[in-house]
Design a protein around this ligand. Structure first.
Ligand SMILES: NC(=O)c1ccc[n+]([C@@H]2O[C@H](COP(=O)([O-])OP(=O)(O)OC[C@H]3O[C@@H](n4cnc5c(N)ncnc54)[C@H](OP(=O)(O)O)[C@@H]3O)[C@@H](O)[C@H]2O)c1
Length: 278
């Protein structure tokens, strides 16, 4: 069980993560301190997975005792980090033993060197999650720095495994591609769902029926992709009888590799943008 997590930033991602942890069937975090400029209703944060929650205004972080914190997790926008990191860096520098506090961040596009400048002796883990963490179906890629020991890897695994799948990387350069695939990926999948929904309506289905069919097709196909040991290609061929309806649709989608090329170009655009944002 994690004794004390301090979460800096309680926006879309912060709330998604906390929502997932709070719903865990048994206690996983004893205490969560949420640092946010906006007051947080801490009663709504607590649940079976979180025993105690407090809110600290971002103006009042001097009131925090970092000796008591196990994990300090940054979930603010990347552009806010330059304002925030020096302040936390000063507090962490006052720790007798920096190894007692694991620092982590989910900020997209911010290199580990940036954190090393402010927390030179601290164990640090860079994490790239995605929004399905909210329902415990996220995909989080992680990488630790040279100060991380087994206990720190265990601690961060305890935090992120309940939010979905966890994948450790051994090269920081992979993060831009990870951001372009799994970080932004849910949006591409929703777009495919929207296209299915629109096609259903064009074929005369009422809007609600079309929406239900599209959403549950994404859900079912996603669940099969996530639980099957078969590669995606095998899952596709299993539902494609020669000369059948699926084959007719795939003939259109796969003609001249149009669909694959379009997706590749989209992912490359996201990758390039991730590099530009640094
Ligand atoms: N959304 C995604 O799909 C996704 C996926 C992977 C990673 N990420 C990363 O997750 C991080 C958070 O993204 P998000 O979508 O949750 O952003 P968000 O909704 O804007 O949340 C950030 C929160 O931090 C607050 N904040 C600003 N200054 C602060 C301070 N000094 N101390 C504490 N909190 C402060 C903001 O308040 P104000 O609104 O008042 O400024 C806001 O409530 C980003 O770095 C992003 O790159 C996001």
């Amino acid at each position: 069980m994690i004794r004390h997590l301090c979460l800096v930033g309680y926006g879309a991602m912060g709330q998604s993560l906390v929502g997932c942890w709070a719903k865990q069937p048994s206690p996983m975090i004893e205490k969560v301190t949420i640092v946010s400029p906006h007051e947080v209703d801490t009663k709504s944060v607590m649940g079976t997975g979180i025993s105690e929650a407090i809110w600290v205004s971002s103006e009042d972080i001097h009131t925090l005792d970092f000796h008591e914190v196990d994990i300090l997790l940054f979930a603010v926008k990347p552009q806010v980090l330059p304002l925030v990191l020096p302040v936390y860096g000063q507090h962490v520098a006052g720790l007798a033993d920096p190894k007692t506090l694991l620092i982590a961040s989910i900020a997209a596009g911010v290199a580990m060197d940036t954190y090393a400048y402010h927390f030179p002796h601290s164990p640090f883990v860079r994490v790239m999650p995605n929004t399905p963490v909210q329902v415990g179906q996220g995909m989080s890629a992680l990488m630790g720095n040279k100060h991380c020991e087994e206990m720190h890897d265990t601690l961060i695994n305890q935090l992120f495994m309940p939010t979905g799948h966890v994948l450790w990387l051994d090269k920081e350069a992979y993060f831009d591609a990870v951001t372009a695939i799994s970080g932004s990926g849910p949006a591409y999948v929703y777009l495919l769902g929207e296209a299915l929904e629109a096609a259903g309506k064009k074929l005369g289905l009422p809007a609600e029926i079309s929406e239900t069919l599209a959403k549950h097709t994404l859900q079912g196909a996603g669940a099969m992709a996530g639980t099957s040991y078969d590669p995606l290609r095998a899952l596709r061929t299993q539902v494609t009888s020669p000369g059948g309806t699926t084959a007719a649709a795939l003939d259109v989608l796969m003609e001249n590799e149009t669909f694959t090329t379009l997706v590749e170009n989209a992912v490359i655009a996201a990758h390039n943008r991730s590099q530009e944002l640094k």
